[in-house]
Design a protein around this ligand. Structure first.
Ligand SMILES: Cc1cc2nc3c(=O)[nH]c(=O)nc-3n(C[C@H](O)[C@H](O)[C@H](O)COP(=O)(O)OP(=O)(O)OC[C@H]3O[C@@H](n4cnc5c(N)ncnc54)[C@H](O)[C@@H]3O)c2cc1C
Length: 397
């Protein structure tokens, strides 16, 4: 597959080269893998092979084994659209190496970066991002996991939940309350190796599209002073900066699933005989495919714009609005695409293990994590209002 908007001016030659190389590789690799019960082993294998093939270099900066000087949203988007098209767990494995180590890339000391980033890029270490808690999901600033100084150590107490790669990660970037100020301004970040004393996997979750996920318990989890990541009290800002880099890439993953749903739908429609012709001959089928393709391409353009603006806009560029529109449009379009694909497949569409059945389950969580659909709608809506009350009035910026 070629990423949907790859031939627009938002992308450059290196992105097209990455897309072709990764597509050929992922087509080969996914054909050789089962979607077996052992999701941990499957994820570990994807991380290892993505690392060995050099693709995880797009998840860290060049100074520590990466492909580009700083993380590039467009490369992340290209990689995620291609990988999601071929295999949801391949996309997950790729994305989590970037998201899990993103805070180290952005704010780590030289020692923290050189300890973890080359191994993350090589697929030798698995990374995780631990922000959410049982009482703090969409309202992430309500987190209550506490970190206190104890002589030369930090001590963490509390819980993190819904942590992707929980149970298989080698390193967790953990956000905990250090109390410099109330709310979001009193949070700090920590680099926590999986074998830190006092860190336990309290629960593993099974979800509709299997991924490694866990609840983590911190009970007097003792860390050296140099586990602190970035500036004390600025951990929440660091978490948001990390998520900002990856938000457009969630949209890109959704596009990959949607494109696969479209391709599967079209070939089913062409091949399925009914009423003396093909399913594709029926005008309602043609209209469904027309809607599907249009929605996917519209979302792809929003996604490409968000990633392009982030990459080329300089340090001061704000892409909150663009990334929110992209995630909103692409994840909702992917859900509709998956639903249409199941419908066009008839009974075969709901057979457990059918490709479109897997896509239907796979896209659902994308509308919930990294800012639920409702949150993205609010971001865009409030920005519209703010523009109208700002001097000079509204209109696109
Ligand atoms: C598969 C998966 C992987 C995840 N991986 C990670 C991870 O690696 N690290 C991590 O830290 N977290 C992770 N999460 C957690 C994820 O970030 C949270 O699930 C998400 O923030 C929503 O929080 P919640 O589940 O507590 O839902 P709640 O916060 O209880 O929200 C429930 C629903 O309320 C609605 N809603 C939310 N805000 C508003 C609003 N302002 N107005 C109106 N309605 C609203 C939305 O529909 C939302 O789905 C993951 C979640 C899933 C499902």
């Amino acid at each position: 597959m070629r990423p949907t908007a790859i031939d627009t001016p938002f992308f450059d030659a290196p992105h097209r080269e990455l897309a072709s190389a990764l597509d050929a590789w992922a087509a080969r690799e996914s054909a050789n893998r089962s979607h077996g019960a052992d999701v941990d082993a499957t994820c570990r294998a994807w991380v290892r092979s993505l690392g060995e093939a050099g693709f995880l270099r797009h998840c860290v900066p060049a100074a520590h084994g990466g492909a580009t000087a700083s993380l590039e949203s467009r490369a992340l988007c290209v990689a995620r659209e291609v990988l999601a098209y071929h295999d949801g767990l391949a996309d997950f494995a790729f994305a989590m190496q970037g998201l899990g180590s993103g805070a180290i890339t952005l704010a780590g000391t030289e020692a923290q970066r050189s300890r973890w980033l080359p191994d993350v890029a090589g697929g030798r270490a698995i990374a995780a991002f631990a922000l959410s808690e049982p009482g703090a999901g969409s309202d992430a600033a309500a987190l209550s996991t506490a970190a206190r100084r104890d002589g030369a150590h930090w001590v963490l107490d509390g819980e993190k939940t819904w942590i992707s790669n929980g149970g298989i990660a080698d390193v967790y970037c953990v956000f905990a309350r250090t109390g410099e100020a109330p709310g979001a301004r009193g949070v700090s970040a920590f680099v926590v190796p999986a074998d830190a004393p006092g860190l336990a996997i309290a629960e593993r979750f099974e979800v509709m599209a299997p991924h490694p996920l866990a609840r983590l318990a911190f009970e007097a989890c003792r860390l050296p002073a140099d586990a602190l990541l970035g500036v004390p009290g600025e951990g929440f800002k660091l978490a948001m900066r990390t998520l900002d880099i990856f938000r457009a890439s969630v949209a890109a993953a959704a596009l990959g699933f949607a494109r696969r749903a479209l391709d599967e739908s079209a070939s089913r429609a062409l091949g399925r005989r009914m009423f003396g012709g093909a399913l594709a001959d029926l005008q309602l089928t043609q209209a469904a495919l027309g809607d599907l393709a249009t929605e996917v391409e519209a979302a792809a353009l929003l996604t490409a714009r968000a990633a392009w603006k982030r990459d080329t806009g300089g340090a001061a560029a704000r892409t909150t609005r663009e990334a929110a529109m992209a995630k909103l449009a692409a994840t909702e379009a992917a859900q509709r695409a998956a639903d249409r694909a199941v419908q066009l497949h008839g009974g075969e569409g709901v057979r457990v293990g059918a490709l479109v059945e897997r896509i239907y389950r796979e896209v659902r969580a994308l509308r919930i994590y990294e800012g639920a659909t409702e949150v993205q709608r609010l971001i865009v809506g409030r920005d519209e209002l703010a523009r109208r009350s700002a001097p000079g009035g509204g209109g696109p910026r």
